[in-house]
Design a protein around this ligand. Sequence first.
Ligand code: AP5
Ligand code: MG
Length: 219
Amino acid sequence: MATFYVFLGAPGVGKGTQAKLLCATLKLPHISSGDIFRENISRATKLGKLADDYISRGELVPDRITNAMIRERLGREDCSKGAILDGFPRTEGQAEALEKCLVELGGRIVAVFLIEVPDEVLLERLCGRWMCRAQGHIYHEKHHPPLQPGICDIDGSELYQREDDKAETVARRIHVYMEETAPLIEYFERQGLLRHVNGNQDVNTVANQIFKAIGERVS
Ligand code: AP5
Ligand code: MG
């Protein structure tokens, strides 16, 4: 049966950073709803134009649009053994849609990692973040600087700062997380899937907690 892992947590807790590490170990695709939206925005697709308005205000893209996008992505061949979901689901409606979709695909959620970090750390992380244009590799000017400023170590593409990382948009994103996504903590707790992860430690220590929770050794 295909196995799916979910990363849950406020903006800037390190979902993308940890999801990429887990993907490399488990050899499963990394499905980040935010990355798919940003890729569509940069290509000016119909989906990108629809999503841009919500993302730039720090609001969630409506469930109808997001669920259809994820359903299409999970139906592709590279997800036949499972996937790592980063930033989806984010509402109870999305969690229910995912459950239905996994029944159809013959998959199940194995674990939901809730990464937790004090609020004051989130802003510092997001204001210092730089991302690569080509593949979304993640850097931080203090905690994980690139070897050459402005250039991705992995694929040589340009690094940029996300539009929605401005302080006022970050504040809105955190508020929206508390209102709309935090209720999922109890939802997954009830299902016995939730794993708490202390995200306020260096990247490798956080990764070790996650690998330990799924019984994988870090090489
Ligand atoms: P999305 O792209 O998912 O953004 P987010 O949830 O706000 O989270 P971030 O990507 O900002 O943070 P992260 O937790 O991935 O942290 P990262 O690893 O980069 O969504 C963006 C928008 O798209 C949403 O606001 C919404 O509009 C829309 N959207 C997306 N999904 C949706 C959905 N399902 N439904 C509706 N709308 C949706 O790390 C942050 C920084 O910290 C980096 O610089 C990193 O290097 C650094 N860092 C990471 N870990 C550590 C550590 N342990 N120590 C020190 N620094 C660290
Ligand atoms: Mg992310």
